[in-house]
Design a protein around this ligand. Structure first.
Ligand code: RIB
Ligand code: CA
Length: 299
């Protein structure tokens, strides 16, 4: 099993990703750390706690992270994920977050982990960057970070150049990319190709708690987005990449992020010039099926 911390800004696709991660025997989910992004830190944290309660997993600890990026202010994405970052009511949380800040928890787990800790980052990279800034040598003990972020050969989803997680804290993205920690960058180049369609019946027909919760979230999403006929699985694909290493094809590159100006948040990759592994291809059907399978909870 891979010991993981999932850093997240739930967010509808985060929620789908978390259901799948918690149902994957390959992953030992040690904790969730929350970060502002799709919604305010308060809403993202409440969504994380409510989701865990709904899955009967209030045993998973939650650590609260950053409510401001390294520079500037966060922009939310409630226009996409719904008011408060969610499209369906989640249960009242049974648990409360830990008083330990998220970045400190990451450092505490990384210290002595000696390559036995993986981070899956599904939101802006502020928490991870703060941990690196505070204890770079400790954080370099992290085995690898799967980052949902970036758009290299394709356009962005916030601006024509920038993907949301990177756009919301570009300075943090550069800190993480420069850290020397092995990184797999799962960007729009691959994740926009993996989706559940409005007309698909498979994601609607499950009867387990996890499948029904995921279906409610996505049905609610399609209701507020009549302009879309497919629900893109960016965060779930990032979890899937941590489950099945050969799901994605990667190319090594040096990756830098524009921090200012019209192209703020743009991820520029120079292939074969660095050690960031940029996902450049995906086994679409296998990825989609894996996510679908892992929504099924053993009720
Ligand atoms: O651009 C997609 C990413 O931004 C996903 O992680 C989504 O949840 C939002 O955080
Ligand atoms: Ca997210």
């Amino acid at each position: 099993m891979t010991r993981v911390i999932i850093d997240t800004d739930p967010g509808t696709d985060d929620a789908i990703a978390l259901i799948a991660a918690l149902n994957s025997p390959e992953l030992d989910v040690l904790a969730l750390t929350t970060v502002t992004g799709n919604a305010s830190l308060e809403d993202a944290t409440r969504n994380a706690l409510g989701l865990l309660t709904g899955l009967g997993r209030s045993d998973i600890p939650v650590y609260v992270g950053a409510d401001t990026p390294l520079v500037g202010k966060f922009e939310f994405a409630e226009n996409y994920h719904g008011p408060g970052g969610m499209t369906t009511p989640l249960p009242e949380p049974e648990s409360v977050p830990s008083p330990i800040p998220a970045e400190r928890y990451m450092r505490d787990l990384a210290r002595g982990s000696d390559g036995h800790l993986t981070i899956i980052a599904l939101g802006p990279l502020t928490n991870v960057a703060l941990a690196i800034q505070n204890e770079p040598d400790v954080m370099r003990q992290v085995k690898e970070i799967f980052v949902m972020g970036g758009a290299v050969e394709v356009g962005g989803n916030v601006t024509p150049y920038a993907e949301f997680n990177i756009y919301d804290d570009p300075r943090a993205a550069n800190v993480v990319l420069d850290s020397g920690i092995p990184i797999k960058l799962v960007g729009l180049d691959v994740c926009e190709r993996v989706a559940f369609g409005l007309s698909d019946s498979d994601w609607r027909s499950g009867t387990s708690t996890g499948e029904r919760l995921a279906a409610r979230i996505m049905e609610g999403w399609f209701e507020i987005h009549p302009e879309y006929d497919r629900y893109v699985l960016c965060d779930p694909l990032t979890v899937a990449a941590a489950i099945q290493p050969d799901l994605l094809t990667y190319r090594r590159a040096e990756v830098t992020v524009d921090e200012n100006g019209e192209q703020k948040g743009r991820t520029r990759a120079e292939y074969d010039a660095g050690d960031i592994r940029v996902a450049v291809d995906v086994d679409i059907e296998r990825a989609r099926q894996l996510v679908l399978d892992r929504l099924r909870t053993a009720d």
